[in-house]
Design a protein around this ligand. Sequence first.
Ligand code: UDP
Length: 239
Amino acid sequence: MVTTRGEKLYEGKAKILYATEDPHQVIQYFKDDATAFNAQKRGTIIGKGVCNNRIASRLFEWLAQRGVPTHFIKQLSDREMLVKRLEIIPLEVTMRNLTAGGMSRMLGIEEGIVLNPPVFEWHYKSDPLGDPLINDDHILALKLATPEELQTIRALSARVNDELKAYFAARGIDLVDFKLEFGRHRGTILLGDEISPDTCRFWEQGTKKKLDKDRFRRDLGDVEAAYQEMLTRVLGEGV
Ligand code: UDP
């Protein structure tokens, strides 16, 4: 069946969701728009949408092959991915293998300290509140998810971390931390959203060069080149 783009369902900071002729499937369109610090900083990273779509498509495929259920169906074009429609759970999972960003700020510790075991965090997905750090009791009090769902999401997140850490290590990259989102689809929990340099911190092994959105957040320059470099690392030299 040919998938055609229907009405726009939702426009976020980096992606647009479109309906398809199948009510259980939607198209994720990846934009070049970039925001940081709860959208106080805005900009454009030329080619970012293409890189993120191709990187996320490859990573979702790879995770699915290893038994992680995801919303990914197939890549449709350079900027479009066909996915299963999810009822998004308003939680962001952060997994951390090295200290950086929010955790370093919150605890007043330097970046780059190895976290073993990895640190798991829940954040409440709310722009007005600035995605605050919350715990299981807050989630149950707000009825955002059931105890069984929390258990499933924790277990899946740990597996995703193990798989991705190994995937990137084999490509000369340390996976510092990343953010995941999950949703419900016909009674099961699936990994959703994207996995890309927008949602992960990647440090080149040896040099510790940042190859992710921190180059945009912190005005480090060479932002486009970093996304292209990650695309090459993920897909191999033949990109
Ligand atoms: N992250 C994200 N979206 C958010 C917040 C964080 O994708 O709204 C990612 C971020 O790129 C990093 C990880 O989650 O890889 C941890 O981010 P952190 O909590 O340190 O927040 P930040 O320093 O980005 O404010």
